[in-house]
Design a protein. Structure first.
Length: 79
């Protein structure tokens, strides 16, 4: 049984352009993606991307919150 996961990335400095939105769309077909945010919930399965890599690659997406069941952060890191 999988755990609940919630990921949200916010574009802080500037919006993502169409190409960047297409790139993050490849990580999840169910995510809500706009020029300023990426939001997805998982009730089964796992996020295919690496949250740290997303923040590094899209530096303006500097706000990331990820919660999993039990109060853990993305990929099991302590929150």
């Amino acid at each position: 049984m999988s755990e609940y996961q919630y990921y949200e990335f916010l574009a802080v400095d500037r919006p993502l352009n169409a190409r960047q939105q297409d790139e993050v769309r490849e990580l999840s077909t169910r995510a809500r993606i706009t020029a300023t945010s990426f939001t997805n919930e998982y009730h089964w399965g796992n996020f295919r991307g690496d949250p740290r890599r997303m923040v590094e690659r899209y530096r303006n997406a500097g706000q990331c919150s990820g919660l999993q069941a039990g109060g853990e952060g993305p990929r099991g890191s302590a929150r």
